[in-house]
Design a protein around this ligand. Structure first.
Ligand code: FMN
Length: 253
């Protein structure tokens, strides 16, 4: 099927072609920063130290078995400790390589970690509603801005949901993971893009399993309006853009 050919090729390993390329890294271009910079005068919230006390279900076997995409949420708030745990589980730093790369709770091709985590916070105890960015090195939240009608804006971004219409606006929080592809392209050139998509799958699965462990539920969101979300999060849409989203909330009983 000719019209699928190009997209299917994207799924294949292009390692042989990649071997013929001199990457920007080989050509001596400077290594891009591994995390996004921020203004030191910005308002930040220090997240509580990650503690397993928030975990209500411990058994990995049960978490894997019982995980489902959850699209019906109660009005219950998440606690700031639970949010701290979910952020750590999806992008938290747990080590560094001898070359200064971060190692995190999720595996990632060549430890390139091209993602930034943006949050639509609707219902978390002690955190005003608004748009935030996770600072993994500091384990802090960077307050970006208050967004009027945050739930309706999220609804507009995630329109045309096939299973449960308008579910995201009822979540306690929504994750929007951006990618800065050059962090991987610098090293992997044309083979970066497939890797980035595989990497984000690992992030999402950790969110699913840890949400389940705190008796909340997550639902991945691949159907979203690219331009609208990039625009709201003030991303340029070329060097950095949203690559995946997910909603999380306490489950409706
Ligand atoms: C890449 C990806 C994109 C998805 N996008 C959406 C979405 O936009 N809306 C939605 O309701 N569910 C979405 N889902 C959830 C799937 O529909 C769900 O995983 C699937 O129906 C299987 O159900 P389960 O997760 O409960 O096992 C997505 C899942 C993945 C992995």
């Amino acid at each position: 099927m000719a019209r699928f050919e190009q997209e299917r090729n994207f799924l294949k390993s292009n390692f042989v072609e990649f071997k013929k390329i001199r990457t920007d890294k080989m050509n001596g271009f400077p290594k891009p920063p591994s995390v996004k910079a921020y203004d030191a005068l910005s308002k930040t919230i220090t997240l509580p130290e990650v503690s397993e006390n928030v975990v209500k279900k411990q058994h990995i076997h049960d978490l894997i078995k019982n995980r489902r995409s959850t699209r019906f949420y109660s009005d219950e708030h998440l606690s700031i400790e639970e949010l701290s745990y979910l952020l750590w589980a999806t992008q938290g730093i747990t080590g560094t390589t001898k070359n200064g790369l971060t190692l995190r709770t999720v595996p990632c091709s060549g430890a390139t970690h091209t993602f930034e985590t943006y949050l639509f916070i609707m219902r978390v105890d002690g955190i005003p509603q608004g748009i935030y960015r996770y600072l993994p090195v500091e384990h802090q939240l960077l307050f970006m801005f208050k967004l009027d009608e945050i739930d309706n804006k999220l609804d507009a971004i995630t329109l045309e949901q096939p299973f449960v219409p308008n579910f995201a606006k009822k979540a306690a929080i929504a994750f929007a993971w951006s990618t800065t592809p050059y962090r991987s392209e610098w090293k992997y050139d044309i083979s970066a893009h497939k890797k980035i998509l595989i990497d984000i799958g690992h992030v999402s699965q950790n969110l699913y399993l840890t949400s389940e462990s705190i008796e909340a539920g997550a639902c991945a969101i691949g159907i979203y309006d690219q331009m609208m979300v990039d625009d709201i999060l003030q991303l340029d849409g070329e060097e950095e853009f949203v690559v995946f989203m997910a909603a999380v909330g306490k489950k409706q009983k």
